[in-house]
Design a protein around this ligand. Structure first.
Ligand code: UDX
Length: 464
């Protein structure tokens, strides 16, 4: 029998957890949701974090971030989840410990592994456990950590790479219904221990070596980011040639080799993963002597996409100096209060630099956001209040509640009813009938007045 695979006479249930506790180090999105999912699968869970305030809040049942389903699971599994700042509570009782600390980009663009290294340093000599790495790390990290563990006499620690693919905003269902479980290990016993924990989810398992598992995560995120930058460039060409990217994306996406997902153009991707992981993969390739040209373009397109809208707006308004601009949405995407690498921050800084006055709204992001926005920015609690008196409004985050703004009285409350839809959220015709001048990304503009299709087009004729 494999001593590392938790066994129990009866299958564990959320009400009656069984087996040894599972350890989680780092209670960010990945760590907390992984811990909650394991509790949901019937395991007692012990979560370790260095942040005392966060641990105190979690003990009181308060999640440190907005994520649908997390509060309910925290309440449901209160009795089977322990939160601690003491490494001894995890490195001892837990045969499997998931490492879920953050790996932000360092000054060189490489992933900063200092938090991972701190976790490795905290594992005592004599520990017998499987270290399951969920943090996104450069390929080669697992091999280096294993070597370091052996060199420091910690022969009882077995390493497994088990990357996480959850998305913020749908983290709970993503973890409970994964499309695949990737397990990279040089040690089948260790891989079995982690596989046994996720087996009840019934997902296909990709078993491989550690470096390949590490690469799966980086490659998947880089590919998705590439898809977004690609469709953003297609949208920009659609703008130039008068095509509609919504139709183009639909026509492309119905080809099963392409797929419809991640073909929504907008004002660029953000968040804690794509910008960091694309940069980290590019850097990893560069450090290994390979110039990953495509990713340089993906990053550049994404940066330009955030700024492009400012030029559009300046063209429409004549000038931005003194203009009052409403930003609808601050979070990097709906369903989260996360501002990491959010397009809203770049947009706000650029607009303020051009002399615009900003009024912002977000349904979940708190007032702490004002610390990241240009001085003088006003934040309002009702979206309609952001639009009142504004010279233009920009949909930055596609929160569904912004669809309720498409009403004649809201358009009438604006100094100029210019609605720049940075996420192609709103139906252009509905916006135009409510009295808005609607501008999307890669879509024909829509004006309140009927466009005269009979009027002769001002297209220069070759040779004339
Ligand atoms: C992503 C990956 O999807 C997930 O698998 C990984 O574990 C972490 O990184 P997340 O950052 O939570 O998840 O959000 P995601 O839904 O993937 O969106 C990322 C960014 O891309 C957002 O800014 C979103 O607005 C943008 N995006 C997404 C687009 O601009 N267009 C699209 O079609 C899809």
């Amino acid at each position: 029998m494999n001593p590392l695979v938790p066994s129990s006479p009866a299958p564990p249930t959320p009400e009656s957890p069984a087996g040894p506790p599972v350890g989680i180090v780092g209670t960010g999105y990945v760590g907390l949701v992984t811990g909650l999912a394991l509790a949901e699968l019937g395991h007692p869970v012990i979560c370790l974090d260095v942040d005392r305030a966060k641990v105190a809040a979690l003990r009181a049942g308060q999640a440190p971030f907005h994520e649908p389903g997390v509060d309910a699971l925290l309440a449901r599994h209160r009795d089977h989840l322990r939160f601690t700042t003491d490494p001894a509570e995890v490195f001892g009782p837990c045969p499997v410990v998931f490492v879920t600390v953050d790996t932000p980009p360092g000054p060189s663009g490489d992933a900063d592994l200092s938090r991972v290294e701190a976790v490795v340093a905290a594992i005592p000599t004599g520990a017998e456990l499987v270290m399951a790495m969920k943090s996104t790390v450069p390929a080669g990290t697992g091999r280096r950590i294993t070597r370091h563990l052996r060199a420091t006499g910690r022969h009882g620690v077995r390493y497994v790479s088990n990357p996480e693919f959850l998305r913020e905003g749908s983290a709970v269902p993503d973890v409970l219904h994964p499309e695949r479980v990737v397990l990279g290990a040089d040690d089948a016993v260790a891989a079995d221990a982690v596989a046994a924990l996720w087996a009840p989810l019934g997902a296909p398992v990709v078993r491989c070596d550690v470096a390949s598992a590490e690469m799966v995560k980086l490659a998947a995120n880089a590919f998705l980011a590439t898809k977004i930058s690609f469709v953003n460039e297609i949208a920009n060409v659609c703008d130039a040639v008068g095509a509609d990217v919504a139709t183009v994306a639909r026509g492309m996406g119905l080809d099963s080799r392409i797929g419809a997902a991640f073909l929504n153009p907008g004002i660029g991707y953000g968040g804690s993963c794509f910008p960091k992981d694309v940069a980290a993969l590019k850097q990893l390739a560069g450090n290994s002597g390979y110039h990953f040209q495509l990713l340089s373009a993906v990053i550049e397109v994404n940066e330009l996409q955030k700024r492009r809208i400012v030029v559009h707006l300046a063209d429409r308004l004549g000038q931005l100096q003194g203009a009052r601009i409403a930003l609808l949405g601050l979070a990097f995407k709906p369903g989260t209060d996360d501002l990491r690498e959010a397009s809203s921050l770049v947009l706000a800084a650029r607009l303020a630099a051009e002399g615009a006055t900003l009024v912002v709204h977000d349904p979940v992001v708190g007032d702490h956001a004002l610390g990241l926005l240009p001085p003088g920015t006003a934040k309002v609690a009702r979206a309609a209040d952001a639009l009142a008196g504004a010279d233009a409004a920009i949909v930055v985050t596609e929160w569904p509640e912004y669809l309720d703004l498409v009403r004649p009285e809201v358009a009438a409350s604006m100094a100029r009813p210019l609605l720049v839809d940075g996420r192609n959220l709103i139906d252009p015709e509905a916006a135009a009938s409510a009295g808005f001048e609607w501008v999307g990304v890669g879509r024909p503009d829509c004006f309140p007045a009927q466009i005269d299709l009979e009027a002769p087009a001002a297209v220069p004729v070759a040779g004339s």
